[in-house]
Ligand binder design. Structure first.
Ligand SMILES: Nc1nc2c(c(=O)[nH]1)N[C@H]1C(S)=C(S)[C@@H](COP(=O)(O)OP(=O)(O)OC[C@H]3O[C@@H](n4cnc5c(=O)[nH]c(N)nc54)[C@H](O)[C@@H]3O)O[C@H]1N2
Ligand SMILES: Nc1nc2c(c(=O)[nH]1)N[C@H]1C(S)=C(S)[C@@H](COP(=O)(O)OP(=O)(O)OC[C@H]3O[C@@H](n4cnc5c(=O)[nH]c(N)nc54)[C@H](O)[C@@H]3O)O[C@H]1N2
Ligand SMILES: [Mo]
Length: 830
């Protein structure tokens, strides 16, 4: 029987839904079956830091912070639940209708969560068949395997690299440029300051503490956001924040948090908070600039010596170009900050040494390029760029930026791309006139409108006709905006493959789901301290992979074997060989500078320590001599006016920073008459995006009636008859969700927060999981991206605009459906 006949034979076959018990089998009992002689304390790392973990009877029994971590995150209490939780993908599974009909399946069923268990061989075979079909029928423009995200740390098991190398050995595919984090910032700042800035090492905290008199936290909550890092966090930044708190208390440093919301950092530091209407920061900055010019507070010498284009910008401030003078009164009207405070800010920021610390949230909104550009202009007008404790930083809330780097060479990683000389089986690079790279947040647009040409950072992008997607190490049904629009796009895809540890919403909307093991079920090496690069951590396997899960290395080694390319893939090395090689290469690179023991000794000790680095000032060399050390901008100077950008003639990103109204804005802005509330979907305090939402007991420490909290302003809530503990329906024309009310005076009128990363759990009108496939289905748990707007920031960056989003809410009246996010699929036996 050939495959087609086999599949045909299945159509009409009756099937049974397996009862819940098989899906929710007691996990600890299963885990305990792997009892191991080598019990004891082991070392490992993760985005949340380094830990010691105790293995008892083959099960993780205790987790405690690493010896050197003085400020461990509370999330450590959720770590065990990452391994033992009911959302784990236990074995390879295929969506029912895809198993029956392959690429002819009814794609509107996608998301109904009906899956059939298959063997690894079967699943990998179907995966390869689909890739064959796509490459044969459509070529590389039919396949997108380029999305990335917060896959577990570790230089060997980088899941995205494994997937892209293996799939790349089969054929070429569409990739992405930029990321959701800083898409607008990293695109605009190279024009203005000559580098992305967002991912650059910043002025050392010790120098900021020594020299700054004023620190502006602009849209910035470092106390919350430094809990996690791109590599295992040392959490050393918290030692500096503790010193800052002391200096604030003594009146030695004035810290002003400019934010619509009272942040965790503001509460910790006990510093000043300046409320601002959401999405209006550019207007505030323009008002401040106007006052600086008006009172001649700006540093003319610095502007002349180090920047270009101030004279082209000045007429805009003065209203000569558009008839609107950007006075403090004008800004007050838009921002809700009084003209008096704006005048005072101009004085304060120019009086003493002022360090501006920008968060990333304000560039994840429409025209997100503008606040970053205008902040650079303000810093230029202040004239302290390149001085210790002065100027501007775009990263001190992220991954140990500001903690001096040790200067040691970091270890390499398992290769993402093919080795020199290797060729894919399907070697075509014919993208049929479409682009092979698209802006990261525009992939849904591309699926919906193939062939459309858009502007993007000075060039044109033509959307490829994507028919298949492969996801590993990222969770697009968390990270992307507008779920109902995503459903429409997914109806157009023929095949979706996901590799994950958990039944994320992305797996739910996939056709083939492959179980990866967690980072605690394999060996790896991590960089300890991200930007600080304090040393190397041994990530020692705690327990054997649960159920039928495999490491990403193993999954794609098996996949490569199917392609007849196993040796090419692994270079003939085992996982252990790779670990030793990565370590030894790093040892060789550091020879004579940093002593590293032999691999075995390192592995036994659990870590190598490189020591501390030297304090450092960002942009100091440029300040010292801008001719010898020019910035990477076209002129080598700070570009207040960019000829290059002006030349693009974009209506939504002109040649100098500009205040532009948003598509949706609260507090009297567009759309607020219909949906008056601004939804901010900030990064979660007790999760890493969607990761750790699956950690059951820990989740229960913050949920309300089992649902994600929605933080509400007391007056707004009262008006709607809502109190803490109620179930609330939040809605707009794009979607609806249920969440649990937490009424808090930290949130101003017209503002609510639902943290991103809340697992999408759609249910039908009857409350069923299967009904979650429907467009318009309500989210039973509270994923804010059910509601967010899916547009590019501008023609320049085309980045994510999740924070341009208006909603309304009410007390939920109907029968409250069960949360459908965490219990795995509806398992079907054929
Ligand atoms: N509304 C709104 N949306 C946002 C944001 C926002 O602020 N508001 N923020 C945006 C930002 S800045 C970001 S960075 C993104 C984050 O978006 P993502 O990075 O996509 O989010 P994560 O939830 O971290 O997804 C990582 C996935 O990888 C899986 N994973 C982890 N380790 C491994 C592994 O070893 N192997 C495999 N195969 N899988 C693994 C995890 O289980 C998880 O499902 O979200 C973006 N979306
Ligand atoms: N605990 C934890 N930490 C994390 C992450 C996580 O998932 N969990 N994710 C990491 C990642 S990938 C990223 S990209 C970073 C994200 O870093 P950011 O994007 O900087 O973080 P957020 O906490 O989302 O937003 C910071 C602040 O911006 C404010 N804000 C929002 N809109 C506006 C506005 O219009 N004007 C002003 N003035 N303020 C505004 C919010 O109220 C919030 O207090 O965090 C990193 N750190
Ligand atoms: Mo991010």
């Amino acid at each position: 029987m050939n495959r087609r006949d086999f599949l045909k034979g299945l159509v009409g076959t009756s099937y049974v839904v397996l009862s819940g018990s098989s899906v929710l089998a007691p996990l600890n009992a299963l885990a305990a079956s792997g009892a191991d002689a080598s019990d004891g304390w082991l070392t490992t790392g993760s985005h949340m830091g380094a830990f010691k973990m105790k293995r008892k009877n083959g099960v993780i029994s205790e987790v405690k912070p690493f010896d050197t971590d003085m400020y461990p995150t509370d999330m450590i209490n959720g770590i065990k639940g990452l391994v033992y939780n009911p959302s784990r993908v236990r074995y390879p599974m295929v969506r029912l209708d895809f198993l029956l009909k392959g690429h002819q399946s009814d794609t509107t069923q996608r998301g109904d969560f009906r899956f059939v268990r298959v063997t690894w061989d079967k699943a990998l075979g179907l995966f390869k068949d689909s890739l064959d079909l796509i490459q044969t029928k459509y070529g590389p423009s039919g396949l997108h395997a380029g999305q990335t995200g917060w896959r577990a740390t570790g230089q060997l098991h980088s899941s995205t690299s494994h997937m892209q190398r293996a799939v790349g050995m089969h054929g070429n595919f569409v990739k992405k440029i930029g990321d959701y984090s800083t898409g607008a910032g990293q695109t605009i700042l190279p024009y203005i300051l000559g580098s992305t800035e967002v991912y650059a090492q910043g002025t050392s905290w010790s120098l900021i503490l020594e020299h700054s008199k004023t620190i502006i936290l602009w849209s910035n909550d470092p106390y919350k956001n430094l809990q996690v890092g791109w590599n295992a966090e040392t959490h050393e930044s918290y030692a500096y924040l503790a010193q800052l708190k002391e200096k604030v208390a003594k009146g030695e440093i004035r810290v002003i948090s400019i934010d619509p919301v009272v942040t965790k950092t503001q509460q910790y530091l006990g510093c000043e908070q300046l409320y601002i209407n959401p999405q209006t920061d550019v207007a505030l900055m323009l008002g401040i600039a106007h006052e600086m010019v008006d009172k001649n507070l700006h540093d003319n010498a610095f502007i002349e010596g180090y920047s270009l284009g101030f004279d082209q910008f000045l007429p805009y401030i003065k209203g000569e170009t558009d008839g609107v003078e950007k006075t403090p009164e004008w800004a007050a009207e838009i921002t809700g900050v009084s003209a008096e405070i704006i005048r005072d800010l101009a004085k304060v920021m120019t009086k003493d040494r002022t360090q501006m610390l920008m968060g990333w949230c304000i560039q994840r909104q429409q025209h997100g390029e503008q606040p970053y550009w205008m902040a650079a202009v303000l810093a230029t007008m202040i004239g302290q760029i390149g001085l210790p404790g002065g100027g501007i930083s775009y990263g001190h809330h992220y991954s140990s930026i500001g903690v001096p780097s040790s200067g040691a060479a970091a270890p390499g990683a398992f290769p993402r791309n093919l080795d020199d000389g290797q060729k894919p089986i399907f070697d075509s690079t014919d993208f049929k006139g479409a682009s092979n790279t698209i802006p990261v947040a525009r992939w849904i647009d591309s699926i919906l409108e193939p062939g459309k040409t858009i502007d993007s950072n000075g060039s044109k992008v033509t959307y490829p006709d994507i028919k298949m997607m492969v996801f590993s190490g990222n969770n697009p049904w968390n990270h992307h905006q507008d779920r109902n629009r995503m459903k429409k796009a997914f109806h157009k895809l023929e095949c979706i493959v996901s590799i994950d540890m958990n039944w994320t919403a992305t797996c739910r909307f996939s056709d083939i789901v492959l179980p990866a093991c967690t980072t605690f079920e394999r060996n790896d090496i991590d960089i300890y301290g991200a930007y600080a690069n304090r040393g190397l951590l041994a990530m020692q396997k705690m327990v054997e992979p649960l159920f039928e899960s495999l490491s990403d290395f193993e999954i794609f080694t098996r996949f490569a074997a199917l392609l007849g390319k196993e040796k090419e893939y692994t270079r003939g090395m085992t996982e252990h060989d790779w670990l030793v090689k990565l370590y030894n290469d790093c040892k060789a690179a550091n020879a004579g500078k940093f002593e590293m023991p032999e691999f075995e000794e390192f592995w036994k000790a659990g870590y190598v320590y490189f020591g501390e680095g030297e304090p450092w000032v960002r942009h100091a060399a440029f300040r010292d001599d801008p001719e010898i050390n020019p910035l990477g901008t076209p002129s080598g100077l700070i570009e207040i006016f960019s000829r290059k950008i002006a030349h693009y003639e974009y209506d939504d990103c002109p040649g100098h920073p500009t205040w532009m109204e948003k598509a949706e804005r609260s507090h009297g802005g567009p759309g607020s008459d219909k949906h008056p509330i601004w939804l901010q979907s900030c990064h979660p305090d007790k999760r890493l995006h969607s990761q750790m939402c699956e950690s059951e007991e820990y989740r229960e420490t913050y949920t309300v009636q089992g649902r994600e909290p929605v933080y509400l302003n007391p007056e707004d809530a009262k008006k709607r008859g809502i109190k803490s503990g109620d179930v609330v329906r939040v809605f707009n024309d794009r979607g609806q969700l249920l969440a649990g009310a937490v009424v808090s005076d930290k949130f101003p009128k017209g503002v609510i927060r639902i943290q991103e990363g809340a697992w999408y759990g759609p249910v039908g009108k009857d409350g069923s999981k299967e009904g979650g496939a429907e467009i318009g289905a309500i989210c039973s748990y509270g994923d804010p991206n059910t509601l967010t707007l899916d547009i590019g920031t501008s023609k320049l960056a085309q980045a994510c605009s999740a924070y341009t989003c208006l909603v309304d809410y009410e007390k939920y009246q109907g029968k409250v459906p069960a949360v459908s996010s965490f219990s795995g699929p509806v398992e079907i036996a054929l």
